[in-house]
Design a protein around this ligand. Sequence first.
Ligand code: BEZ
Ligand code: FE
Length: 279
Amino acid sequence: MRNLDQYNITQAVLARLANTPDPRLKQIMTSLVQHLHAFAREVKLTEAEWMKGIEFLTATGHKCDQQRQEFILLSDTLGLSMLTVAMNNDKPAGCTEATVFGPFHVEGAPHYEHGDDVANGASGEPCLVRGSVRGIQGEPIANAVIDVWQADAEGSYDVQRTDLEHAQARGVLRSGADGRFHFQSVVAESYPIPDDGPVGDMLRATARHPWRPAHLHFMIQAPGYETLVTHVFRDGDAYLDSDAVFGVRQSLVADWVKQPDGTTTLDFDFVLNPVKKST
Ligand code: BEZ
Ligand code: FE
């Protein structure tokens, strides 16, 4: 096929995909090409602009290493991560809602017993976190694996720090026979997502701030239930309505309560969705 022009090139590219053996890959590639071409036509993309786009994507790739995942930041700040989460986690009423995973989870975090301090030296005001893991009928879920991670008072995750050799403010616990758990940590504070790379440049160019409202991350797994990836957000935070990654859901906002004795507590109960039985 020769002499393709702006009017027939899309069909020519789609025809080239016709023999893709995997039907799902064929569907995704076809749609991607259609939307990319439609986008270029809609904005009348110039060659110089597309070269800038390629330079931006190249810089995004170059920024990635073991500690930094700039493509996740890009997906998050464009709302694509949260859209994907929302489409794939449409749970029955009463279940705890899911939100973005983010780039700072670490496999193999230290295991802790109830009452232990997962902060492990992280800066911040001490805080007792208590909660339960239940099913939708209210049944306690024993032995659920509760993975928790958060930033310290300066807004840094341990993996962002070069001066740390051990995990801080992250850990894995198991719910008790009554579904309950508790641990010590530090009060969550709002923090900016890393903005010293191309995604930060994009935020500044579009007059956006990089801040996330204060939150704790949780991933909860139990046999027979869908894995829940979520946060608990701190009520009253200034960024609840302008989260840089669009992750806030009202049902996940909770109070960090200052007790009369000066300590701070957070209580939050999680409800997991049962895995659908295949018929
Ligand atoms: C986080 O909450 O850890 C996070 C989420 C998305 C982008 C950057 C950080
Ligand atoms: Fe976070």
